[in-house]
Design a protein around this ligand. Structure first.
Ligand code: EPZ
Length: 421
């Protein structure tokens, strides 16, 4: 099991490129199944979750070539196994995104229910309810969702869908299912993340008729078929935000190429309030920081609010900042597992349900800590970069799920970090 060994105390300087967004690549790899024609996706990041999704697609009978420059070419003419088996879904909840495309293209889909994961139960009841509104008949047997069209139907039917809460992958499943449905679908409380906007752009490049993507109301006029296209995946705002927090914490001066400041307004506003300098520049974002920052309180909410996927990283920054902060996690029920690990490094944090209070300390001290989930791992890396002495982050397979070559990028910026077996 790989570990990361970090010797803290160095500022970060230089420039790195932000990779393509994991949370855009995963739905877009599934969207490629909506057409039998060749799909070319560029700027796909080399991540464990992407490898899992490619394995899933190949298992269905599609071919998918992943070249070193980050281009994936998918042919799904011979898709003959519209299934997402448990052993592939259990490690990656995003496999639920196969449901919409398989139903839309083949009229049937058998997708394993995702188990829970470290940060919460992660139910998919909203996905099921929305697809049932479009006519799908879905039964749950032996841990699988078995979906098919009613007798005599050849396509799903457009519907008005309002989910009980805003759901990112739910919105994405409905967009993909609706693209080939008969008639119009209106998503009334759609998620507005940049990855949703990017998926809408890709579907339209394939001949779909999607409008309103990026707002809370998305309209999709179903079409008979979609054709092949080329699409470049949007850059990863969470990877970018993670590096912004790292530089803010360690001090330094870094250019994040391909970073999109307009996708990180809530995070950037908070970093500026803390005392870091963050500005959009030609082709990226420049971040500078020196001296101690001031802790900032925040509440995670759906986009464009402060993203839950940035909560752990900003908490690490607050732990060594001046003063106290109140952090409220409103999206997931168990997303404070990094707290006990940060406290092993000397952080002072009090958790009460969905609220964590941090009390800033001058220094953290390096320790052996354990990653528990993807963004918690990133939080521990940031803490290790600023702590006195050595930090060993264990179980970094969590990190590898969502960050492309994080230690190489950090070394590029002058960090003393290495991967050990
Ligand atoms: C997406 O997960 C992201 N994953 C998550 O990123 C991200 O944290 C999350 O959105 C919130 O922004 C991908 O895009 C692959 P939701 P998703 O459906 O779609 C509840 C990361 O670190 N809910 O928006 O699974 C759910 O339990 C990952 O990259 C239901 O109750 O999240 C949660 O409390 C972690 N029933 C809330 O809604 C449902 O059917 C939001 O979940 C669906 C969701």
């Amino acid at each position: 099991m790989d570990k990361l060994l970090i010797r803290g105390g160095r500022p970060l300087r230089g420039e790195i490129r932000i990779s393509g967004a994991k949370n855009a690549a995963l739905p877009e790899l599934c969207a490629a199944l909506l057409t039998p024609e060749t799909m070319t996706l560029r700027n796909i990041p080399r991540l464990q979750d992407v490898a899992t999704m490619l394995k899933l697609i190949r298992n269905m009978g599609a071919t998918a070539e992943f070249s070193p420059d980050g281009t994936v070419v998918i042919e799904s003419r011979e898709l003959h196994f519209p299934e997402a088996p448990y052993e592939m879904v259990k490690t990656m909840r995003a496999a639920v995104l196969a449901l919409g495309p398989l139903l839309a293209r083949f009229g049937e889909a058998t997708v394993s229910l995702p188990g829970g994961c470290a940060i919460g139960a992660r139910p998919v009841d909203q996905h099921i309810k929305g697809l049932e509104k479009m006519g799908a008949e879905i039964v749950i047997e032996h841990g699988y969702m078995i979906a098919k069209l009613p007798k005599g139907w050849t396509r799903l039917k457009g519907a008005n869908i309002r989910t009980d809460m805003i759901t990112v992958t739910g919105t994405e499943n409905f967009m993909m299912a609706a693209a080939l449905a008969e008639g119009e679908t209106v998503l009334e409380n759609a998620a507005m993340e940049p990855e949703i906007t990017d998926l809408g752009e890709m579907l339209n490049a394939m001949g779909a008729k999607v409008t309103g993507h990026g707002t809370s109301e998305i309209r999709i006029q179903g079409v008979e078929k979609l054709h092949g296209a080329t699409h470049k995946v949007v850059s990863d705002r969470i990877e970018c935000g993670t590096f912004l927090c790292a530089v803010a914490a360690t001090g330094g001066d870094v250019l994040l190429k391909d970073g999109r400041a307009e996708h990180l307004e809530a995070v950037i506003d908070l970093l500026k309030a803390a005392g870091a300098e963050v500005q959009a520049v030609e082709g990226g974002i420049r971040v500078r920081s020196e001296g101690r920052l001031e802790a900032q309180s925040f509440k995670t909410t759906e986009y464009p609010g402060f993203p839950t996927d940035m909560q752990a990283q900003f908490m690490a920054l607050n732990c060594i900042a001046e003063g106290d902060s109140k952090i409220t996690e409103t999206i997931f029920e168990n997303r404070f597992m990094h707290v006990s690990e940060l406290m092993r490094m000397g952080a002072r944090i009090d958790v009460d349900g969905k609220v964590a209070i941090t009390h800033g300390v001058e220094r953290l001290s390096g320790a052996i800590v354990m990653a528990t989930d993807l963004r918690a791992s990133a939080s521990l890396v940031i803490a290790g970069l600023v702590a006195d002495g050595e930090t060993m982050v264990d179980r970094i397979y969590h990190l590898d799920r969502g960050y492309e070559q994080m230690e190489a990028k950090l070394r590029e910026l002058g960090a003393d970090i290495e991967r050990v077996k």
